[in-house]
Ligand binder design. Structure first.
Ligand SMILES: Nc1nc2c(c(=O)[nH]1)N(C=O)[C@@H](CNc1ccc(C(=O)N[C@@H](CCC(=O)O)C(=O)O)cc1)CN2
Ligand SMILES: Nc1nc2c(ncn2[C@@H]2O[C@H](COP(=O)(O)OP(=O)(O)OP(=O)(O)O)[C@@H](O)[C@H]2O)c(=O)[nH]1
Ligand SMILES: [Mg+2]
Length: 462
């Protein structure tokens, strides 16, 4: 089933040194190309090789006869393959040069380089998986924690797709019901009762709203909770990053204005991925480089979901501290009082009263004290804010939650139209809109440019 044309090839393993490298080929010419470049060790004609069986042999450059590597090669016969096309996988030694040489000879026999995600895109276009399952493939690869992985695997298995299909099926039955009354008025089909339909629509809307409630948790599971460490210079932000990571990631000195670039790392807190960013200490400065650092810190703050607002316990509140407190007024804040190993001079009460109800955690980044308490506080903040993070069917992508939101709005319009006694033709249009919106998630009703944009973000060889 080669519905997509040409034969594609790519190195599917990460570039660099590794035990094994895999070159993948998919499309009509895969078997021919394999036959031209593979010389099995056993005396067997490559065309006689059984599918899904590994054969030991050599990859030979047919133009020179040169042996490039000793490999294991597998053929997969359509349609029972990853892409639903004929495929070949070459397992070679995992080196940069050897993988590139093999890819080159594959290309020289008529394949072209696969675009990022093109294998998975073909799996989608050829109907093996739907769009949300294809998206789950890249989510598996990028999963930062075990729980994030679980969510993605569940989506790959069709958890989200099944839920969306069920809802679409229900919507379709309502459309059919309404349209039967419109199309065959003479046939005595009982007119759809607006109140009954409104009840059904409401049930569906509530179900979708439940799904939306978990969308923020889903986003965090997929992308990580974006967290920024903020504070004036020298309070110990980089020291905190280092002790959270248990490595000397960021430069720490006693010179205020040490950090200039933003430094970004992932942390696993009880299975929740936390993307933590260390920033330049915020202050007025004439130093051109530091100034850019401060601008970047403020930029990061805009997108942050959580702010670890840091103070130095050993010093009284300064003007700069107060200015930063103003900046984060509308943010979700955890107050972190660092250097708690030193005698406390900080006006902690003033800080506390500026952030009523917000957690206040005392730590010593230097002595690695209070770090576990801080992690606890982050975990609690997340679960209080977004509810328990479960691993069931959840919406993890903005693309999906937007589609669900649009569907909910279309259903709301349907409900008001029904209450207002608007003609059934108009009602049917709104219901159909909800059905189409949900189809974007599974890819049943999605535009080609949206599909392309999704796969462009995949990695090479996937
Ligand atoms: N070497 C290798 N390892 C890999 C992959 C691969 O393509 N090659 N995968 C991919 O990236 C993942 C495995 N996923 C796969 C999913 C479906 C099919 C497949 O052939 N599906 C057919 C046949 C099903 C069957 O045998 O029952 C189908 O669904 O029709 C293959 C791999 C992870 N490991
Ligand atoms: N006593 C004590 N000193 C600390 C603690 N945490 C950091 N320091 C010291 O405070 C100084 C500044 O630490 P950094 O982590 O570089 O501070 P920063 O907030 O990243 O500073 P900038 O990058 O300049 O904004 C260093 O000399 C650290 O060793 C702590 O918990 N206790
Ligand atoms: Mg720093």
């Amino acid at each position: 089933m080669n519905t997509t044309g040409d034969t594609i090839a790519a190195i599917s393993t990460p570039l660099g040194e590794g035990g094994i490298g895999i070159i993948r080929i998919s499309g009509e010419d895969s078997f021919r190309i394999a036959g031209e470049i593979f010389r099995p060790k056993k005396n067997i004609d490559p065309s006689e090789m059984k599918p899904r069986t590994m054969y030991l042999g050599s990859i030979v450059d047919p133009s020179s006869g040169e042996i490039i590597d000793e490999v294991l090669l597998v053929k997969y016969r359509a349609p029972f393959t990853y892409t639903r096309e004929n495929m070949v996988e070459i397992n070679c030694h995992g080196g940069f040069t050897v993988q590139h040489r093999i890819l080159e000879v594959v290309l020289s026999r008529g394949a072209r380089v696969a675009e990022p995600g093109e294998f998975t895109k073909r799996a989608f276009l050829n109907g093996r998986i739907d769009l949300s399952q294809a998206e789950a493939v890249i989510d598996i690869i990028r999963a930062k924690t075990d729980r994030a992985l679980k969510v993605a695997v569940n989506q790959l298995k069709g958890g989200l797709s099944d839920r969306i299909r069920e809802v679409r099926q229900k919507i379709l039955r309502i459309i059919a019901h309404i349209e039967a009354g419109i199309d065959f008025p003479e046939e005595d089909i009982p007119e759809a009762d607006p109140d009954t339909i409104r009840g059904e629509i409401r049930g569906i809307r509530v179900e979708l709203e439940e799904l939306l409630k978990k969308a923020q948790a889903g986003k965090i599971m997929r992308e990580g909770l974006s967290t920024v460490i903020l504070g004036r210079p020298n309070v110990g932000k980089s020291s905190l990053l280092n002790s959270l990571l248990r490595e000397r990631r960021a430069i720490v000195t006693d010179i205020p204005g040490t950090t200039r670039d933003i430094i970004e790392e992932y942390l696993n807190i009880n299975g929740i991925p936390v993307r933590i960013v260390d920033t330049a200490g915020i202050r007025e400065t004439r130093d051109a480089v530091e100034k850019i650092g401060v601008e970047r810190a403020l930029e990061t703050l805009k997108d942050a979901e959580l702010v670890l607002l840091m103070f130095d316990a050993s010093e009284e509140l300064k003007k700069e501290d107060r200015e930063i407190m103003e900046l984060v007024k509308d943010k979700f804040v955890i107050v972190v009082i660092n250097k708690s190993d030193l005698p406390e001079k900080l006006n902690a009460d003033e800080v506390k009263s500026a952030f009523p109800g917000k957690p206040v955690i005392r730590v010593s980044a230097l002595q690695e004290k209070g770090i576990e308490e801080l992690k606890e506080a982050i975990y609690r903040a997340v679960t209080e804010e977004i509810g328990p993070v479960d691993e069931g069917v959840i919406v993890t992508r903005a693309r999906h939650s937007q589609a669900v939101k649009n569907a909910v709005e279309a259903l709301e319009r349907t409900e008001s139209a029904l209450s207002a006694g608007i003609p059934m033709e108009m009602v049917a249009m709104e219901v159909r809109e909800a059905w189409e919106q949900l189809g974007e998630i599974t890819g049943d009703t999605v535009r080609e440019d949206v599909v392309n944009a999704i796969f462009e973000n995949f990695c090479i060889g996937k």
